[in-house]
Design a protein around this ligand. Structure first.
Ligand code: HC0
Ligand code: SF4
Length: 568
């Protein structure tokens, strides 16, 4: 066994890739801006300094742990250097902390407090650069950037998008979108993974909360809301629940208290998506249509395909995402059901995702000039709205989603985890193709956090080859292999965010180990507890087709309202 000494305490280590990880394992939360275990090592912020006996002061993120090392994480010199670093950053930083979206959840604020920074001994050098509000999903505030480069690296390494980079050097250094354009003009796919790794408020989700409050306070308006699958296993973290605990039922009570008139479930629309998408897949499979078919519910993936692989667009399912299907169903059925004038119906979404804001405002999802989904809130925005009312989520009585658009099967719930859409689709498709009731409904091959999951299933004497990828760099690799003829699949699920929607750009920011698996487990547990687990057994979706969408998936009416087109 290998050991080294951290602050006079012996610590075991094995294959940690650097000293910083060993120190964290020893229970010391050594500060850093630029270190993320999933990104390459940059070593620029100089906060993770340690004194190694015989070697001096160095950045622990860039040092390989060696047996027998004697390490101090806190000496007088280190403390001074850290303080100077933080003060210099504060000198160039916009310090309007109380009005910042990341207030109370900001690494810089946190460090200034922990290090006891009382005043900033340097002249304020902040330049008052303009905000970039061009994106429908995100707001960039260069005045809050600490140049850690986390956003640049996540965008290029994890997403292979490369929408952000450094420009200029020295005191003029900045992080900018390509060609110093606005974010919305470049290749950004709105996934929000940059906002998830940003240690400050330099990139945040664009908020729609004020507009939603306006609608709620307007007595003329009937405000309905749909809540995405992953929200229920993320929201609780902001209120002291265990990571991944499903708080849907208390959340419904909170949302009624806030003044939403009807609280519905995107999982209903996810079930309906499966009716449509699995039907489309079976159609392609049996009539020699374009295969592989890619899922289409992740708007960041769809924009990625439109931007980088337009030649693959015929392979992307034309079925709309659950958010957009919900929009169509709400507009078509709710005015009559709720007795409200169409113009007074306000449709809100709560999503774990920043790209859903982009999706909702796309011209193709407008009807009569108005978006079918008016406003999209992130999980974090919903948490802040609940907090702003002083609601204590943990103390609320549970309530159920409203019917009928609040009823869903387990298949609709697992959508929020990577592989969940594929698993739900297989529950539908395998039963339909084989013509026999499906007994074993778990397709465990699709679960977990492996970068690519593959399986070959025997269905009615045919081989069905499926793959699941998450993280757009993994998607890019798979698409390249398919184009080169090196990979063959029939059906592929792509989600832009590593882990799927549970780790979307609108979820609470956390550095807890295993948070993705814990949130996913919350969804799989909910699936297991459901009496109805196959999307095709959602009686209310059947009824919705009968009432408003031509009686069956794939009907003419379904094609006009529940499908979409792509830009190529
Ligand atoms: Fe997802 Fe969805 S599962 S994309 O990750 O498909 O955002 O949670 O709402 O639309 O249902 C996000 C989550 C959704 C959609 C659903 C899909
Ligand atoms: Fe890159 Fe995603 Fe951030 Fe856009 S939202 S800059 S694609 S990480």
């Amino acid at each position: 066994k290998k050991t080294l000494t951290v602050n006079n305490t012996e610590v075991e280590f094995s294959d940690e890739r650097n000293l910083l990880e060993v120190i964290r394992k020893a229970g010391i939360d050594i500060p850093t801006f630029c270190y993320h275990s999933e990104l390459s090592i940059y070593g620029a912020c100089r906060l993770c300094l340690v004194d190694i006996k015989g070697r001096g002061i160095m950045a622990s993120c860039s040092i390989k742990p060696e047996p027998g090392m004697v390490v101090q994480t806190d000496t007088k010199a280190i403390r001074n250097m850290r303080k100077i670093n933080v003060e210099l950053l504060l000198a160039s930083h916009n310090r309007e902390c109380p009005t910042c979206q990341r207030s109370a959840n900001c690494t810089l604020q946190d460090l200034a407090r922990k290090l006891g920074v009382k005043d900033v001994r340097y002249k304020q050098t902040q330049k008052n650069l303009p905000l970039d509000t061009s994106s429908p999903s995100l707001v960039r505030d260069p005045n809050k950037c600490v140049l850690c480069g986390d956003c640049v690296r996540v965008c290029s390494e994890v997403q292979s998008v490369g929408a952000l980079d450094f420009a200029s050097r020295g005191s003029n250094a900045r992080v900018v979108p390509a060609f110093d354009n606005d974010l919305s003009e470049g290749e950004c796919v709105n996934c929000g993974q940059c906002a998830q790794v940003c240690p400050t408020g330099a990139i945040v989700a664009k908020s729609d909360a004020d507009k939603v409050w306006e609608a709620i306070y307007d007595p003329e308006k009937v405000v309905v809301v749909q809540v995405a699958p992953a929200v229920r296993v993320g929201l609780g973290e902001r209120f002291g629940f265990k990571t991944g605990e499903n708080v849907a039922r208390k959340m419904v009570t909170a949302m009624k208290m806030m003044g939403f008139d009807h609280v519905y479930d995107t999982c209903f629309a996810a079930d309906m998506t499966i009716f449509e998408e699995a039907t489309e897949f079976i159609e392609r499979l049996t009539t020699g249509g374009k295969l592989p078919m890619f899922t289409s519910c992740c708007p960041a993936w769809v924009k990625f395909a439109e931007t980088f692989y337009p030649e693959m667009l015929p392979n992307v399912s034309t079925t709309r995402s659950p958010q957009a299907i919900f929009g169509a169903v709400a507009r078509k059925t709710l005015p009559a059901k709720l007795g409200v004038k169409p113009e007074n119906l306000v449709v809100v979404s709560v999503m774990p995702c920043t790209a859903k804001k982009f999706e909702a405002q796309l011209p193709k999802f407008k009807r009569d000039g108005r978006p079918e989904v008016d406003y999209v809130l992130t999980t974090v925005e919903l948490a802040s709205m609940i907090e702003s009312m002083g609601i204590k989520l943990d103390e609320l009585e549970p309530a159920a989603f409203d019917m009928p658009l609040g009823f869903s099967t387990g298949g609709g719930v697992i959508f929020g985890a990577t592989g969940g859409v594929m698993e739900a689709a297989l529950r539908f498709a395998v039963e339909k193709v084989s013509g026999e009731p499906l007994e074993e409904i778990d397709f465990k091959e699709t679960r977990g956090l492996a970068p690519r999951k593959e399986a070959t299933l025997e269905v009615a004497g045919k081989q069905l080859r499926i793959a699941v990828v998450h993280g757009l760099a993994n998607a890019r690799k798979l698409v390249e292999e398919i184009k080169a003829g090196k990979a063959q699949f029939d059906f592929i699920e792509v989600m832009a965010c590593p882990g799927g929607c549970v780790a979307g750009g609108g979820q609470p920011i956390t550095s807890e180990d295993g948070f993705r698996s814990k949130r996913a487990a919350g969804l799989y547990d909910t699936d297991k507890e459901r009496q109805v687990q196959k999307p095709q057994d959602n009686y209310w979706v059947d009824k919705c087709y009968a009432e408003a969408f031509g009686g069956r998936p794939g009907s003419h009416e379904a094609h006009t309202r529940l499908h979409t087109v792509y830009n190529n």
